[in-house]
Design a protein around this ligand. Sequence first.
Ligand code: FAD
Length: 389
Amino acid sequence: MENIFNNTQIAFSLKSDTELERAYFLFKLIDNQPLVRIGTAVTNFAIKANLPVEGLIRATVFDHFCGGVNEEDCVSVVDKMYAKGVSSVLDYSVEGKEEEEQFDAVLNKTLKLINFAKEKKAIPFAVFKPSGFGRIDLYQKVGEVKKLSDAEIEEWNRILARFDKVCKAAFENDIALLIDSEESWMQDAVDDLVVTMMQKYNKAKPIVFNTLQMYRWDRLDYLKNLQEQAKKEGFYIGMKLVRGAYMEKENERAIEMGYPTPICASKEATDENYNEVLNYMVNSIDSMSVFAGTHNELSTYFLMNLMQEKGLNKNDSRIWFGQLFGMSDNISFNLAANGYNVAKYLPFGPVKDVMPYLIRRAEENTSVAGQTSRELSMIKAERNRRKGK
Ligand SMILES: Cc1cc2nc3c(=O)[nH]c(=O)nc-3n(C[C@H](O)[C@H](O)[C@H](O)COP(=O)(O)OP(=O)(O)OC[C@H]3O[C@@H](n4cnc5c(N)ncnc54)[C@H](O)[C@@H]3O)c2cc1C
């Protein structure tokens, strides 16, 4: 298959010269791992100490990786991307809060986003994080089948009710709903809950999507078992496939607590695992739908090839490609220009609450993680093209 991802004119067609310069400056900065570590520590300190750093964050990382502080701010970006064939998934990226009030606020925000999506063709999916609906420790306790106190049972029932409310709203409004994956120690409980939702709302088509983190070596077996269950019980499977964003935390905890790490032994093993599940899903596409959330060009080609081999249309409604806003525009915009379904996660929220998300992005874009050199070379190529070099 010809390389379609090097067309920088298409990739950056929405970026003004100034925005392109900002992106260059930003990726140059986060290319440097020690700087990212120091910058993260200083920024966290400055925010906690109420120092006036929000303006600076907003003008740099925030505006590059986020659509704004609320959903209305995001509309102009959503419309501009859609004009180029790229859809959006509005992602309310407030993390790390564990009060009931906050869980209800996230529930209401998610319901609002489903309604928002219903009004806008450019937003085919809604999304939420399970930790937005309840405490991680409680998910863990439920997953480990530990006895809950009466108060915990009530708390868990509130989580179930939140899940059911958003999945029902998604079903009634015919909007697919992506459920993110986070730490592995909360995932067993999340998986069980999401299966209950699939049994209820995916009878006619995939509405509810779980997420498989393919840096975990046990996920293909999980999917195969789920497929057996889905066949028997008659529901469709919706899955977002990602590699996973919490690798260091996972490995550190496994060492600290003395259990085998759930993470694949190497990057290559994760890559193989990812492609193997893509293969499995495309071969079972009559009973499932896949949202391939990746910035990896090889996995993206792998899926494009699989679709071609299977004789599927490029815009087959069961197959979506996804990237994060501010990253891999060369993949997103060139996929769209070539007729594939593609959506970008567009995070939004108050600047200081979005910091954990921004820090993950900075960390995964350092030279060690390896994506930045490609971003930088794409941006450089586009600068040169615009200068007529
Ligand atoms: C649309 C979208 C939705 C997402 N949703 C989620 C989500 O719900 N949950 C979540 O956790 N992440 C999510 N992510 C983030 C995703 O996990 C990161 O983008 C990913 O970590 C980067 O992987 P990649 O496929 O883009 O490419 P690559 O750059 O090829 O892969 C990097 C990844 O490979 C894995 N890896 C690196 N080194 C090793 C090693 N030594 N051993 C084993 N594995 C290794 C890690 O997962 C690392 O992040 C999402 C991403 C996108 C684009």
